[in-house]
Design a protein around this ligand. Structure first.
Ligand code: B12
Ligand code: SF4
Length: 446
């Protein structure tokens, strides 16, 4: 069967960038690059079929004169004649993902359109009224495989358990026991990055001449920060991959000298990380690693940071979130603000570049911005990121401030746009956030 899996483009909405002072513009994130691991995993689940993965983010980066999305998808479908089109969906890409399915149906109404990914997991019913036929929530390669088998054999889709079928303007979940699936252990699916070879030259971060890729060592997170979608996506579970399977993956990608661990939170199990980095050194794997580490981990376990630095860890993304204990408590971050300072010291003393991210609540006023700027100046990191505390649908924070949301355009749910009223005038709020990006240690840009 011909299956076309499309990674939607990025949402262009970025009001921090739009209103930032000129000098800050070059430091502000314009795009993140990286492979769609979810779609590649789905592709592996049906690798016996004729599968084409299309990364439209890569395509627009490779060739900025690529036609607009509708035209691009129309051409793809006319060229490939898929029977199934699948899209991966995070909130800010919901609109484009559903447009892709709409175009697929316009070209050929018989195409089966399927959505999966984080937003599909948290809010499957959002797809009602779109041209998506089937929504599959969760870590679901086995269910996608069953769906393709059902289609091939002409069986009713109701025979596949745990999937949402579109009908009468809404979605109904199919009955039946969902087979067990261990995405990181026995059922782990190795992905084939060859699907992405056309776009490899675009997967470069900052000034690096080498392409980077993502590898996940874990899925989910054991913490429960109020603003975060990841633990809700995994219902609070944390799944750790096996060391040997990771070594195998790392050894199989010589074309990617830079590896970003895609985990929500890489260092949870100290023993695991110790063992992983022992084995990385033993096997002579030489890569530059980038990973997300909480401040309390670095503050309380400097020895593991030292070890990972020796094994290739060069860049750490650390969610500082705030400089105030009271805010960190409200977010249920479970890190005291003092750990941010300690963590910076530990990272810097190991030669690690830190990207520290602060989230800015919509009610920040002049004094708050000044206080944060002062703190951030006193605790500089090489890259600093300042994004907007956004009520992502499906999070606790969304429920907490639901009534205050005034902008429901999902394109804006990417941490770069206020979607509630702000205490400062809207434009000034974004300008002040943009201005913060000037506070940093070096001149690097990622
Ligand atoms: C890798 C990654 C990326 C990559 C690739 C994403 C892509 N599709 O192109 C890149 C770097 C491009 C990216 C970009 C962004 N990302 Co991102 N990203 C991640 C990250 C780190 C890992 C996701 C992942 O690969 N998981 C592993 C795979 C295997 O799991 P999965 O995707 O869930 O896939 C499984 C299932 O969901 C399902 N599935 C997935 N797709 C499909 C499709 C079909 C058809 C089916 C059937 C099933 C299915 O099956 C898969 C296998 O089991 C997560 C954080 C995290 N650790 O989860 C953030 C995350 C997903 N990103 C997020 C965001 C916000 C963004 C940005 C908007 C950030 C920004 N401010 O710009 C940008 C978007 C583009 C841009 N502006 O540049 C948020 C999403 C929040 C939300 N509620 O929407 C997350 C959760 C991070 C966070 N801190 O909140 N991201
Ligand atoms: S913000 Fe980080 S630590 Fe908190 S729940 Fe999300 S991934 Fe876990």
């Amino acid at each position: 069967m011909k299956i076309l899996l499309i990674n939607p483009p990025r949402s262009p909405e970025n009001n921090i960038l739009k209103y930032a002072p000129e000098a800050a513009i070059r430091f502000i994130h314009k795009k993140l690059i990286g492979p769609p691991l979810g779609l590649l995993t789905i592709a592996s689940a049906v690798r016996d079929h004729d599968v084409w993965v299309f990364d439209s983010k890569g395509e627009y980066d490779l060739n900025p004169s690529t036609p607009p999305l509708r035209e691009l998808v129309r051409d793809l479908i006319e060229q490939y004649h898929p029977e199934v089109v699948g899209v991966t969906v995070i909130t800010s890409e919901f609109n484009d993902a559903t447009t892709i399915c709409e175009v697929a149906k316009e070209v050929n109404p018989a195409i089966l359109t399927v959505a999966g990914g984080l937003h599909a997991t948290l809010l499957p019913l959002d797809f009602a009224g779109t041209n998506v036929d089937i929504v599959i929530p969760g870590q679901c390669p086995h269910l996608f495989r069953l769906l393709i088998e059902a289609k091939e054999k002409g069986l009713p889709f109701e025979s596949v358990p745990g999937i949402f079928l579109h009908g009468n303007g809404t979605f109904k979940k199919t009955a039946g026991r969902i087979p067990d699936w261990d995405p990181v252990g026995d059922d782990f699916l190795k992905i084939d990055r060859q699907h992405l070879k056309k776009w490899i030259s675009t997967y470069k971060v900052g000034k690096s001449p080498f392409p980077s890729t993502y590898v996940y060592t874990s899925l989910g997170c054991p913490y429960k920060c109020t603003f975060c979608s990841i633990w809700t996506q995994f219902k609070g579970a944390y799944h750790q991959r096996r060391v040997e399977s990771l070594l195998d993956e790392l050894q199989s990608i010589p074309e990617y000298p830079v590896v970003r661990f895609a985990d929500a939170n890489t260092v949870v199990d100290m023993e695991f990380m110790n063992h992983l980095f022992d084995r990385i050194v033993e096997e002579g794997i030489k890569k530059t690693f980038v990973m997300d580490i909480r401040a309390d981990v670095a503050a309380n376990h400097p020895e593991i940071i030292e070890k990972m630095a020796q094994g290739g860890l060069k860049v750490v993304i650390c969610g500082f979130e705030s400089f105030r204990d009271e805010e960190l408590k409200r977010y249920k971050k479970k890190v005291p603000a003092a750990d941010n300072q300690k963590a910076i010291e530990v990272f810097h003393s190991n030669g690690i570049m830190v990207r520290g991210n602060y989230v800015i609540p919509f009610d920040y006023g002049d004094d708050d911005f000044k206080a944060l700027a002062e703190y951030s100046q006193a605790n500089p990191v090489v890259y600093a990121g300042y994004t907007i505390l956004t009520p992502m649908p499906g999070t606790v924070y969304f429920k907490q401030i639901k009534e205050q949301i005034i902008d429901h355009d999902y394109n804006k749910y990417n941490f770069f746009n206020a979607v509630t009223r702000t205490n400062l005038p809207y434009e000034e709020f974004h300008r002040r956030v943009g201005e913060l990006w000037l506070i940093k240690k070096g001149e690097d840009v990622i």
